[in-house]
Design a protein around this ligand. Structure first.
Ligand code: ADP
Ligand code: MG
Length: 355
């Protein structure tokens, strides 16, 4: 069903925002560190119009769900919480937001680690900016999206996802300093493209494992006498820490350094090596990989045309990302997926998008 069929009128405007994948800089954002995401081709689109009955109405085509809510109501559950949060935060910024009809449709896989949630927030905020001609810039949109996710959806999100969705495109990497929000747009290495495969293994332990890693990093920073691990630049400095803090800090410090190396300008081959080193570090020092991710990464790394591969996202399941020769992405993805699924897993291709 389209907007007209749901709301009985044509939409006044539309806006969209992409999902994202992080190429390098994993588990660094909550250590005030550096990340290197890019936008994926799949986008979330919102169509909007004014509601005449005093209530906001949100509809998701993917979920075939409709949520109706008034300004003074409690936050709705589920996908409505992200949209309601964006509207409430704009109110708090001093904008008057009249009741709206908002229709969501998306090609971003939901819950696969490609940030469908940030794409929903950024698309919603862009749509409201356009509909009401609000004077907010793309960085503010990212910050409001993050706050909607934290305060209204109840998910402790860093700023990377929303900054990537709001500021990155598919041809460039977005270098981001998560402490200062200083950023730089750098091209993807020449003649490369990105492949993303879902391992098919759910991120079951991701929540508890993630919180435990955060706590360990805070403890390591305290022992080292710094505000956050991002303030440590020499990997040797962590060697005196007790285990497992030494291993955890070693990953973060080296991972930050890997991201900074890319800023110097590196070849596709070297970029791939940095991705491979990142995976080894996430597996051995940070201990957030699982056998399925290791198997998928190993298959990718041993395939011709692949410069490098690693798990992406929090780990404990989820997806892997690879940098490959331009034009070979689809063939590589299909070949690797077949070999992976032949070993008993049920993965799927996320990028290049299946059309
Ligand atoms: P990810 O951001 O990695 O895809 P999250 O768990 O952070 O996974 O966000 C997924 C949630 O975002 C969904 O459960 C839903 O509430 C919301 N969401 C994202 N995209 C859509 C959509 N197209 N329609 C409805 N809800 C969506
Ligand atoms: Mg998300």
């Amino acid at each position: 069903m389209n907007f007209q069929q749901i709301f009985g009128a044509a939409p006044a405007t539309e806006a969209s925002a992409p999902g994202r994948v992080n190429l390098l800089g994993e588990h660094t954002d909550y250590n005030d560190g550096f990340v290197l995401p890019t936008a994926i081709p799949q986008r979330t689109t919102v169509h909007l119009g004014f509601s005449r009955d005093g209530q906001h109405h949100f509809y998701s085509a993917e979920l075939d769900q409709k949520v109706s809510v008034s300004e003074h109501d409690a936050t709705p559950q589920g996908f409505g919480s992200y949209i309601f949060g964006c509207i409430q935060l704009l109110h708090q910024e001093g904008y008057t937001i009249p009741p709206v009809n908002l229709y969501v449709t998306s090609a971003v896989p939901i819950g696969s680690g490609l940030s469908s949630s940030a794409a929903l927030e950024v698309a919603t905020l862009r749509g409201l900016r356009k509909l009401l001609q609000l004077d907010i810039d793309d960085v503010r949109i990212a910050q409001l999206g993050q706050q909607a996710e934290i305060q209204y959806a109840g998910v402790n999100s860093g700023i990377m996802d929303q900054m990537a969705s709001s500021l990155a495109d598919t041809e460039h990497l977005l270098f981001l300093d998560t402490r200062t929000l200083e950023r730089r747009v750098i091209p993807l290495p020449a003649d490369t493209e990105i492949v993303i495969l879902d391992s098919g293994v759910p991120r079951t332990l991701a929540g508890s494992g993630y919180n435990q890693r955060r706590t360990e990093c805070e403890a390591a920073a305290r022992l080292l006498g710094v505000q956050a691990l991002r303030d440590v630049t020499d990997p040797q400095a962590v060697e005196g820490l007790p285990e497992p803090l030494r291993q955890r800090a070693r990953h973060v410090v080296r991972e930050d350094n890997r991201v900074l190396e890319v800023l110097q300008g590196v070849s596709a081959a070297y970029f791939g090596e940095l991705m491979n080193a990142s995976h080894a570090s996430l597996r051995d020092d940070y201990e957030v990989s699982v056998p399925a991710l290791d198997a998928l990464v190993a298959l990718l790394q041993s395939t011709s045309g692949v410069f490098g591969a690693r798990l992406t996202g929090a780990g404990f399941g989820g997806a892997c990302v690879a940098l490959v020769t331009a034009g070979q992405g689809r063939a590589i993805a299909q070949e690797v997926l077949e070999r992976y699924n032949n070993t008993g897993y049920s993965g799927r291709i996320l990028v290049p998008a299946v059309t």
